[in-house]
Design a protein around this ligand. Structure first.
Ligand code: ADP
Length: 395
């Protein structure tokens, strides 16, 4: 269900196993349509469409969580096999529910409060800020992704300006001083058997993931603790398939920020960087097949996202330049190029952290990715982070 780049890459993994994947796409030109064995165009919010799609499939899984949980639950009750099911999906659909469930299970999360819409909402946010200090983070409980639906606010007036248009339930939480952000990917079978890949360091700009570094800057003990926490969260969630757990590292503590109950951008490195990719293990898990090894295939991996440049330059037209970078594994999602749209990623594996990061960025820049403000590029690329690269012109 869903036909974005995650479905496309899951389809590539399915194909290697001799399986055929159909997609329920919102639009016929969605990324996965070109490689799917069957395409149904329709809305996941339409019960009839979802039923017809479920009838087509031995097992239905998801590439995003913008779904109607009641429809998913009803189809499960009718005997449809949807993995993960509605209860697990709810954690990813609703940030308020996710915070509450994990908190109740003793998982460390940022200090938060759930605020219902209504005349008292602003007072509730102000009271929370009175206890924890401004600024605070406001998050729409539902509908956000890639930093949309997340707002830091510094005072009552700013909070009011966010609350009015959101209209629905929000989560207000402490603005955590981030020393690093990490992510853990876990694959889990219906029986509960699970495997985790090594925790990775991620860098976000404006709420959007720009690069993933394996192993990243954090020590072995932190990485191990993150993996253990991720597996605990997957168990609490009753995950089936792959689940991503995004974590904050702050003042010597790990906090769980977010979960996604599907393959995730922070796991793209596993395609070349691990014995089994997140996409293959997702397919194996939802079909209740034995899971593959998550061992890294190289000591160091860097994965950098490819974005459309300001003039809308299409990385597909720069493919040769990207591929000219030694060791660069280029993935383009065949999506229509738009400025700042995520259009692909590049992964480089090797023995040295600085070298793989340098190569991955070289290829992403060559494919027209603008340098995001607020991210420090590898030193050797500094010269390319000037106006040319910022305007999306490949170096
Ligand atoms: P989305 O669902 O849109 O990805 P997230 O909750 O993951 O939203 O937030 C996006 C990014 O915003 C995070 O990766 C992090 O960089 C920043 N962020 C979110 N919550 C907090 C917080 N409580 N304190 C500090 N930064 C935060």
């Amino acid at each position: 269900m869903g036909a974005g780049q995650l479905a496309r890459m899951a389809g590539e993994a399915s194909s290697a196993l001799g399986l055929s994947m159909a997609v329920l796409a919102e639009r016929p030109d969605d990324a996965a349509c070109a490689i799917a064995a069957g395409v149904v165009v329709g809305s996941p919010f339409d019960a009839g469409t979802m039923r017809a799609f479920t009838d087509l499939c031995e097992v239905v899984t998801f590439d995003h969580e913008q779904v109607d949980l009641e429809i998913v639950a009803a189809l499960q009750a009718e005997g449809g096999v949807l993995r993960p099911g509605a209860e697990t999906l709810e954690l990813a659909v609703d940030k308020a529910r996710m915070r509450a469930v994990l908190d109740a299970a003793g998982v460390p999360v940022p200090a938060y409060r759930i605020v219902d819409p209504g005349p008292d909402a602003l007072d509730a946010v102000s009271a929370f800020a009175g206890d924890h200090g401004w600024p605070v983070m406001l998050k729409a409980a539902q509908g956000g992704y890639d930093g949309k639906g997340v707002w830091p606010v510094s005072n009552r007036a700013e909070a009011s300006a966010v609350l009015d248009p959101v209209g629905g339930r929000v989560v207000v939480e402490e603005l955590v001083p981030l020393d690093a952000e990490l992510a853990v990917m876990v694959a889990r079978r219906p029986s509960g058997a699970s495997v985790a890949w090594q925790a990775v360091e991620t860098a976000q700009v404006g709420g959007v993931c720009r690069e993933v570094l394996v192993p990243g800057r954090l020590g072995h003990d932190v990485v191990e603790a993150a993996s253990a926490l991720g597996q605990k969260v997957a168990e609490i969630a009753g995950a089936v398939g792959v689940m991503a757990i995004e974590l904050f590292w702050t003042k010597g503590r790990l906090l769980v920020n977010e979960v996604a109950t599907r393959p995730h951008n922070s796991g793209h490195w596993t395609i070349e960087g691990a014995v089994t990719s997140q996409f293959e293990n997702h397919v194996r898990a939802v079909l209740d097949l034995p899971l593959g090894s998550t061992a890294p295939s190289h000591p160091c991996v860097a994965s950098v996202n490819v974005f459309g440049g300001p003039a809308g330059a299409d990385p597909a037209t720069l493919l040769g330049r990207g591929l000219a970078v030694e060791g660069a594994h280029v993935h383009l999602y065949a999506k229509r190029a738009r400025p700042d749209r995520k259009l692909g990623h590049v992964t480089v594996c090797g023995d040295d952290a600085a070298t793989v990061r340098m190569s991955a960025w070289s290829a992403a820049l060559a494919l027209g990715t603008p340098v995001p403000d607020g991210l420090t590029l590898p030193a050797g690329l500094a010269a390319r982070s000037g106006p040319a690269a910022r305007s999306g012109v490949a170096p």
